[in-house]
Structure formats: C-alpha cells, structure tokens
Design a protein around this ligand. Structure first.
Ligand code: PAF
Length: 311
C-alpha cells in the first residue's frame, strides 16, 4: 500500500501530475491515458472508496482532492464543524490506490479570502431548486471550486480527465454535468450509485456527527424514500404530502423537503390526477437530525403498462 503524494500548491500539483502522466507506459493502440479524479472535502468513507474503485476501473492514474470549500457553506458554523481527518483520509486514499492528492489551504485556493474570489461560477436556476433553495449560494460555491479543481488538476494533453461524483448528491451531479456542458470543460463526468450503511443510511461525512439515537432517527429518511419507491412501483398514489406530514410530526427529525423530481431537469415530476408516477423520477429528501443536515435520494420507477395487466 503506497501512500499517495500530497501536494499543497497548484504549481506543485501540476508538476507532479505531468511527471506521473509522462512516466506512464504507452497504451495499446496508442490510446491516450485517462486520469481519474475524485474531488472530496475529506472525512472519507465507503462512498469515497466506491468512487476511487470506480475511477480505477477506467483510469491509468487516480488522483483526489481534499479541500473543505468555505464557499459552499452558507452557515460558517457548519463549515467549522465539518469533520476533518487527514490521517484517516490518507490511509483510505492509499488503500484505494490514489497516487496524487491535492490538499490546498484556503489561501492557496482563494488568495485574498475572505474578500475573494471576485470572479465566480453561478449555477443558475438549476442551483436554486431544493438544496440550493435551502442553502443559498451553495451550488455557486460548488461550481466555483469544481471549476478550479478541474483547471488545476487537468492532466497534460493528450491525457483525458474523468471526474467522479456520488449520486447521493444528485443535485450536485446535475449542476456539475450542466456546468461542464455549458462551459465546454474538457472533463467527462462519471457517477456511482448511493452507498448505504448496513441499516440503509446513505454514507456521508456528516454521519460522524450523529449519536446512536440520531443514527436511528436518520433511518427515517431512507425508509421514507423506500416507501415512495414501493408506492411508485405498485402504481399507487405517492402521497408525498402525507409522508412529509408524518416526518413533520416527529420531534427527532426536522424535515426541510421531500420532493419527487424529474431526474434530468430536477423540476417537480409529472403525476397523474390520482397522484401516481408517469415516468422515472427521483425522490429527494433533506432533514436535520441531531443538528446535522442530511440528504438522500432514490430512483423511482413507475408501474409499467404491461405490469398493470399481470394477475
Ligand atoms: O461532494 C463534495 O464533497 C463537494 O461538494 C465537492 C464536489 C468536493 C466540492 O467541494
């Protein structure tokens, strides 16, 4: 298990990546090498391990970033409390074969912070839906830092860059995919499904801040989505309002939203007059449990016409 090289400045990282890519053996058929990037905010867990493993399957070199991006926190206290664990992170990165890690300081990423940066990327309407509406500026902060990471961590031509993101952050994936398209960034966005613990809770760095009781309460998020998925598949009315009311009635869960959205546009999904699903959709939920903000989502598939006629 070789520990990754950790670089803290953009200049050092670029030099190390160029050396690494130029040292790669030539590929069959002269195919250009692929660099797999896993951008993270640290406090790594099994979800990040899945991203690194997926990156390995298609890349010649796997690289990662560790940076708790202040621009994407609307609440400074949330930024302060975000878990940090450099030693644990480097152990996981080594175990999953990351070769180079970019771990900049805030000053390196945003010279002049907290007054800068002046020029940022905005996520537009897509960034103001659910998480974006509850955390103003969050997706602008994500879009800005990811653009910077893509720029700093881009390999020398002709190597190609593939960037990996978890589908737990479904809105983030939609924003980044759209940003790459709109800004013509030379990056291929790839995703892995939500990774859950043995009880069904979606893996998140924030889970470290949950007590045992909070963890039990937090399971109500995935259970609600599982209930929605069951109703969708059975062709039953989804009754999102009823499920939301049940969560609002609990005093251990502070629900922000439960919505059923179109998976591509993230606009509210079309339902029939009876409230059943008309096409594939995404159930999205966010709530605060024990003071920790959690999000989760699940794919919802409607009952198909053929299935309707089965005995
Ligand atoms: O998903 C995350 O950990 C962050 O939002 C990201 C993409 C690393 C940007 O800071």
């Amino acid at each position: 298990m070789t520990p990754p090289r950790v670089l803290t400045t953009a200049a050092q990282f670029r030099t190390a990546l160029t050396e690494t890519v130029l040292a790669l053996p030539a590929r069959e058929g002269g195919r250009p090498p692929v660099v797999g990037l896993v951008p993270t905010m640290g406090a790594l867990h099994e979800g990040h391990a899945a991203l690194l493993d997926a990156a390995h399957a298609t890349a010649d070199v796997v690289i990662a970033s560790l940076f708790v991006n202040p621009l994407q926190f609307d609440d400074p206290e949330d930024h302060r409390l975000y878990p940090r664990d450099m030693d644990g992170d480097l152990a996981l990165l080594a175990a999953h074969g990351a070769q180079l890690v970019f771990a900049p300081s805030t000053e390196e990423m945003y010279p002049g912070h907290p007054d800068g940066p002046l020029v940022t990327v905005t996520a537009g309407g897509l960034g103001r839906r659910y998480e974006g509406a509850h955390r103003p500026g969050h997706f602008d902060g994500v879009a800005t830092v990811v653009t910077k990471l893509f720029s700093i961590m881009a390999p020398p031509a002709p190597a190609a860059l593939e960037a990996w993101f978890g589908r737990k952050d479904a809105e983030q994936v939609a924003v980044i995919a759209r940003m790459v398209e709109d800004l013509s960034l030379p990056v291929r966005v790839r995703t892995v499904p939500v990774v859950r613990d043995e009880h069904g809770l979606a893996m998140s760095s924030r889970n470290r801040r949950l007590s045992d009781d909070d963890h039990t309460s937090a399971l109500s998020l995935s259970r609600t989505l599982t209930e929605l998925r069951g109703r969708a598949a059975a062709g039953e009315p989804l009754d999102v309002d009823g499920l939301s009311a049940a969560l609002h009635a609990r005093d251990d869960v502070d629900l922000d939203y439960l919505v059923v959205a179109d998976p591509r546009t993230l606009r509210p999904a079309d339902l029939t007059d009876e409230g059943t699903l008309t096409g594939p959709a995404l159930g999205l939920i966010a709530a605060r449990v024990g003071g920790v903000r959690l999000i989760d989502n699940m794919d919802l598939e409607p009952l198909t016409r053929n299935e309707e006629h089965l005995p």
